[in-house]
Design a protein around this ligand. Structure first.
Ligand code: ATP
Length: 234
């Protein structure tokens, strides 16, 4: 299990995350929703070792990864897919995947790549083409694939639906579900409530760096006040 306890992160005087608790289980999707600036990206970045928490702890199974640098967190089995995808446009799909790291045990490399081709057949079809020629949704899949190269037990997905047409959001969300079905624990943050509710086993709404609501997808959908207050829906 990936366990985040009492996480606090500050940027100077701004306390972006002020005591967040989250749990992610293997094979499940934990969804974190919240408005712009709620502290969602900061939470993921703190778990991934991109920023240092001021307080609290992050545990991956029996391992305490709190404050470890990013490469050590990847080594512990946690891969971040940052907001905005950041694929390298002139490089091929295969070259982009190779950037995913070298932490995979040599004997596992083939199996790991097979899993990526299986979940994302389009990446296999386009493997020798430039990443910049992929559609937005395909680039998001490439960003997922690049995270899977390190054979993670957990992936952290920062707003994968951002900037995608609704039909493509559905495809990307389906892929997130397939990653979870393959046994990976997924921590997904979204501003777009509809993007993840269909596949999430639990939902945490954050606002101003704190947990404002916790429940199932059905409970979030049923609670109009949560949708209105934090997610901008009417
Ligand atoms: P978004 O969807 O806009 O990314 P978010 O929920 O992910 O929102 P964060 O990006 O984590 O929110 O931001 C939380 C707070 O921290 C905001 O007030 C933001 O302005 C501030 N913040 C984020 N990154 C930095 C930084 N590098 N330096 C200073 N303040 C920051």
């Amino acid at each position: 299990m990936l366990q985040i306890s009492d996480l606090h992160v500050s940027y100077g005087h701004v306390e972006a995350v002020a005591g967040i608790d989250l749990e992610v289980r293997p094979g499940q999707v934990s969804l974190v929703l919240g408005p712009n600036g709620a502290g969602k990206s900061t939470t993921l970045n703190a778990v991934a070792g991109v920023v240092r928490p001021a307080r609290g702890s992050v545990r991956v199974g029996d391992l305490d990864t709190t404050g470890l640098p990013a490469h050590r967190v990847v080594g512990a089995g946690v891969a971040l897919v940052p907001e905005g995808r950041r694929v390298f446009a002139p490089m091929t799909v295969e070259e982009n995947l190779r950037l995913g790291g070298h932490t995979t045990a040599p004997g596992r490399a083939r199996e790991v790549l097979e899993r990526i081709w299986e979940i994302f057949p389009v990446l296999h079809e386009r493997r020798r083409g430039a990443a910049g020629l992929l559609s937005g949704g395909e680039q998001q899949m490439l960003a997922f694939g690049r995270a899977l190269v390190s054979d993670p037990a957990f992936v952290l997905l920062d707003e994968p639906s951002m900037g995608l047409a609704p039909a493509m959001v559905d495809v990307v969300v389906e892929k997130v579900g397939l990653m979870a079905e393959s046994g990976i624990g997924v921590l997904m943050v979204e501003q777009n409530a509809e993007a993840g509710l269909g596949i999430a086993s639990d939902v945490t709404v954050v606002n101003r760096g704190q947990v404002a609501f916790r429940g199932t997808s059905a409970e979030v959908r049923a609670d109009a006040s949560v949708l209105r207050a934090f997610l901008g829906e009417s």
